[in-house]
Structures are given as structure tokens and as C-alpha cells.
Design a protein around this ligand. Structure first.
Ligand SMILES: NC(=O)C1=CN([C@@H]2O[C@H](COP(=O)(O)OP(=O)(O)OC[C@H]3O[C@@H](n4cnc5c(N)ncnc54)[C@H](O)[C@@H]3O)[C@@H](O)[C@H]2O)C=CC1
Ligand SMILES: Nc1nc(=O)c2c([nH]1)NC[C@@H]1CN(c3ccc(C(=O)N[C@@H](CCC(=O)O)C(=O)O)cc3)CN21
Length: 290
């Protein structure tokens, strides 16, 4: 099923779409555990699960398609396959799309991807909208894209970023997933701007539950998300108490999601990142809201 159809069906129920994100583990050992993780995540009945793509290098070692197939065929959940294009060329992307078509996987998330200084850039694509245009020529895929409630770090300003987002939507993106954020007001302001710009696709809110301080700091540096005062106080108070920080992080994420749902958000995308325990705790907290 295409993601657009999932949004249409969910809209009729008055409930938001719920999705998770996972990554193919790098270590052989973790790869063995992925089945147990997938089983637990799929037991929570998300509407779809997105699977990240390597930053670059060999497409042969890339486990993304294999994991997406498992999500679809073994667990009956719809997968979305991320595709990044800075470090891949047209032929490689085309090859992966062929594999997806053969596997009956219809949904992709077209990303430019982060710059990896250790891998040479291929110059077939510079921005995600170019990847979207290329995918359009390669088959009948539903294409999702990323968006930035607090503006992409490399963008000149917020207006330019929204104009670039509109270009990406005009190229064929029909669903947006937001970068992670901790301040819902920033998301609401951004959502309004997308409507003013003439973007009418559903926008899912990206929520990253705090599991440890180092991880959050790394992600905040990479994404440029602002930290509200009340969130900073939590991080500071519990930075040396792993269990307490996890409890507080769960409560914060659940609180954010409850507020988003109360404000009729189209969907919530949880950056669960292979942590089924965290996904389970969050779903427990919102069981009657979704
Ligand atoms: N779930 C995930 O894995 C997510 C990953 N990301 C990462 O965020 C980064 C950016 O990816 P995308 O949003 O796909 O990139 P994008 O190509 O849509 O935008 C990247 C930057 O280039 C600008 N830009 C876009 N199109 C342009 C054009 N045609 N001409 C000039 N400037 C343009 C944008 O304003 C932005 O500053 C990547 O590193 C991606 O991997 C972001 C969100 C979620
Ligand atoms: N700029 C940007 N790049 C991204 O890759 C990205 C975003 N933004 N925004 C949201 C999601 C969140 N992402 C994440 C979040 C956490 C981990 C993580 O916990 N990684 C583990 C293990 C990594 C591994 O084994 O490969 C870690 O401990 O760092 C990974 C990707 C990827 N996404």
C-alpha cells in the first residue's frame, strides 16, 4: 500500500498516522538481533516503518532492502526505504529501485543525505529534488521527503528553505517527515508556513525520544534542533542517572505527542532507532490516542 493511501484511510478514522524509523545494524551480532526487534516493533502496529540507508559506499553490503522485505513479508507492515543521493550515482539508485520493484516495495523517502567526509561525493545529484525527479522516471513509487521545522542548517534562511521544500514537493513528494524537534510551537509555526507556501501534503512530526545524553547532543548538533529550557533542565538534572533520564525522556516525548495529537497533527514519526523497549513505552503512554 502506498503511504498516501495510508494517510487517506487514517484520516477517515480521525486518528493520526503512527510510524517508526529503524537503521540496518552495522555489526554482524546486532544484525542477528534485528528479527526480535522487528517482531516487537511490528507488534505495536505502526502504520509503516522507515529503514535508513547507508551514507555511501557499497550498495551491495547495504542491508536496507533486505530488512524492508522482512518488514513487509514476515511482519505484514508497510516499509519505506530511505534513499540518499550525495554519495550514490544514477546507476546505483536505479539498481536499488529495481530491487524494490521486484520486492513489491512501493514507498521511498528521497533524501540528499549527510555529507560523509570519508566518502567521495558523486555528482549525479546535488539536492533531494533532483533525486525525486529521477525516481519519477524509474517507476511508480510513492515518494516521501524530509522537512525542517527549525530550518535546515545549510539553508540561507527560513524562507529560502521553504521555497526549496516547495520545489521538492512540486517534483513529486507527496508526504513529508519532519526533522526531530523538542519544541512543538516551532512545528506548528512551520506547518502554517507550508500551507501558506501552497504545500498541501501531510506532514508527519518527527519525535526523537531521549535515551541518553550523548546521543541527544550528537543529534542536536547534526540537526540544529533547539532545546527548550524545560528540556535542558531535565537533561542537566538527570545526565548522570541513566534510568532517571530514560523515564524523564519518555515522559517528555509522550507529552509532546499528546499535544501534537490534540492539535490534529497528520502523523507522528518516532525515531525509535531499533529500540523496541522505548517504542513500547511510548505506545503504552498513548494507547487510546492512536
Ligand atoms: N530520517 C532521516 O534519516 C532524516 C535525515 N535527514 C538528513 O537531512 C539532510 C538533508 O536532506 P534533504 O532534506 O533530503 O535535503 P534537501 O536537498 O531537500 O535540502 C538540503 C539543503 O539544500 C537546500 N536546497 C534544497 N533544494 C535546493 C535546490 N534545488 N537548490 C538550492 N538549494 C536547495 C535546502 O534548503 C537545504 O538547506 C540529509 O542529511 C538527510 O540525510 C533529515 C531528516 C530526516
Ligand atoms: N541530518 C540528519 N541525519 C540523519 O541521519 C538523521 C537526521 N538528521 N534526523 C533524524 C534521524 C535520526 N537519525 C538517527 C538517530 C539515532 C541513531 C542512533 O542511535 N545510532 C546508534 C547506532 C548507530 C549504528 O550502529 O550504526 C548510535 O549509538 O549512534 C542513528 C540515526 C537519523 N536521522
Amino acid at each position: 500500500m502506498k503511504v498516501t493511501e495510508i494517510f487517506e484511510a487514517k484520516k477517515k478514522t480521525g486518528k493520526p498516522v503512527l510510524s517508526f524509523e529503524i537503521f540496518p545494524p552495522k555489526k554482524e551480532e546486532a544484525l542477528k538481533n534485528i528479527d526480535a526487534t522487528l517482531e516487537k516493533l511490528c507488534d505495536l502496529h505502526p502504520d509503516f516503518i522507515s529503514v535508513t540507508f547507508g551514507a555511501g559506499g557499497s550498495t551491495v553490503d547495504n542491508k536496507t532492502v533486505e530488512i524492508a522485505k522482512k518488514i513487509k513479508n514476515t511482519y505484514g507492515v508497510e516499509p519505506i526505504v530511505h534513499l540518499t543521493c550525495l554519495h550514490y550515482g544514477k546507476e546505483e539508485i536505479s539498481g536499488i529501485l529495481k530491487q524494490l520493484e521486484e520486492a513489491g516495495i512501493e514507498n521511498v523517502l528521497a533524501l540528499r543525505g549527510d555529507v560523509n567526509p570519508n566518502i567521495p561525493v558523486k555528482y549525479d545529484f546535488q539536492y533531494a529534488n533532483e533525486l525525486v525527479e529521477f525516481i519519477k522516471t524509474q517507476g511508480n513509487f510513492h515518494i516521501s521527503g524530509a522537512c525542517y521545522p527549525e530550518t535546515h542548517l545549510e539553508a540561507k534562511d527560513a524562507i529560502t528553505d521553504i521555497h526549496n521544500l516547495k520545489r521538492k514537493v512540486d517534483a513529486g513528494v507527496t508526504h513529508l517527515v519532519s526533522q526531530l524537534f523538542f519544541d512543538n510551537e516551532a512545528f506548528y509555526r512551520f506547518y502554517e508556513k507550508t500551507r501558506i507556501a501552497g504545500i498541501s501534503t501531510p506532514v508527519e512530526a518527527g519525535i526523537m525520544p531521549v535515551t541518553n545524553k550523548a546521543n541527544i547532543e550528537r543529534m542536536v548538533n547534526l540537526c540544529g534542533a533547539s532545546l527548550p529550557k524545560k528540556f535542558e533542565r531535565i537533561l542537566k538534572k538527570y545526565e548522570n542517572n541513566k534510568e532517571a533520564l530514560l523515564d524523564a525522556g519518555m515522559a517528555y516525548a509522550i507529552n509532546q505527542i499528546v499535544d501534537l495529537i490534540a492539535n490534529d497533527v497528520d502523523g507522528v514519526h518516532i525515531y525509535t532507532m531499533n529500540n523496541s523497549k522505548v517504542a513500547g513505552r511510548i505506545c503504552d503512554g498513548i494507547r487510546n490516542l492512536i
